[in-house]
Write a protein that binds this ligand. Structure first.
Ligand SMILES: [Zn+2]
Length: 248
């Protein structure tokens, strides 16, 4: 509620309301939230999804024929004075303060508007301080739940580097979903392998982009399939990468 009040003051929810309407106080919101029937809310989301599927929503928003969704984590409210049995916590050594928060993993359509939310799964607390289950564990549960509730909605799921874990990739493959991950960690064997291959040959594509401040960005791109240097993953991986050089 402290955090909600802070966010109301910052004007975070103003866009949800007509311009002249004032956001209710956190007390009013708390009172309303306590009356909500969460099961009915979930049912109404299911109904909306069924209608949306019937209207071929996922296909209409597709990117070159592929139905794509992104999975990412989001931290919800946090505070230091109260906690509940579902709270995650982190201990700040410098100040000696324990902060409590909730965090969820969301799946949302990518491509055309509207970016419909397919599902959300909360991270469960672990034992001890500073412990919560991994974000990838929650993501796997989310994927199973979305498939169970709504059937197959996507052909491709995109993740950021944090989710580059073999069990999650396998879970996707088991549901006949392809995976696109934006990799960062250059120490990874597969990244080093790809870099070695890219350095040794000319680019597969080249183009020019307009950078910020009127500069020109020359982009070279490589694409290599069949990489086997991630042995924990049961299929060969395809790597795509770019190099950018800026000229003014
Ligand atoms: Zn809590």
């Amino acid at each position: 509620m402290e955090d909600l009040q802070r966010q109301i003051r910052k004007g975070r929810f103003q866009k949800l309301l007509p311009s002249r309407e004032r956001v209710p106080s956190h007390d009013t919101i708390r009172y309303a939230l306590r009356q909500w029937d969460l099961e009915r809310l979930a049912m109404s989301h299911d109904q909306m999804m069924a209608k949306w599927k019937q209207n071929h929503g996922p296909q209409k928003g597709a990117i070159e024929g592929w139905r794509v969704a992104a999975v990412d984590g989001v931290e919800l409210f946090n505070g230091t004075s109260h906690c509940c049995s579902d709270c995650l916590s982190r201990f700040h050594r410098a100040t000696g303060v324990t902060e409590y928060f909730h965090r969820g993993v969301m799946m949302q359509q990518v491509g055309n508007d509207p970016h419909v939310i397919y599902g959300m799964e909360m991270l469960r607390p672990g034992d001890g301080a500073d412990k919560a289950e991994g974000e990838t564990t929650a993501a796997q549960r989310l994927m199973r739940d979305v498939v169970r509730r709504h059937g197959r909605l996507v052909d491709i799921l995109t993740f950021d580097a944090l989710y580059a874990k073999a069990p999650l990739i396998h879970e996707c493959l088991d549901h006949r979903i392809d995976v696109v991950i934006r990799m960062k960690e250059e120490r990874r064997l597969i990244m080093q392998d790809a870099k070695g291959l890219f350095d040794a040959r000319s680019a597969d594509g080249e183009w020019v982009e307009q950078g910020s401040g009127g500069c020109t960005v020359h982009v070279k791109a490589w694409d290599e399939a069949g990489l086997m240097s991630w042995p924990q993953v049961r299929v060969p991986m395809r790597m795509a990468g770019t190099k950018r050089s800026i000229s003014t």
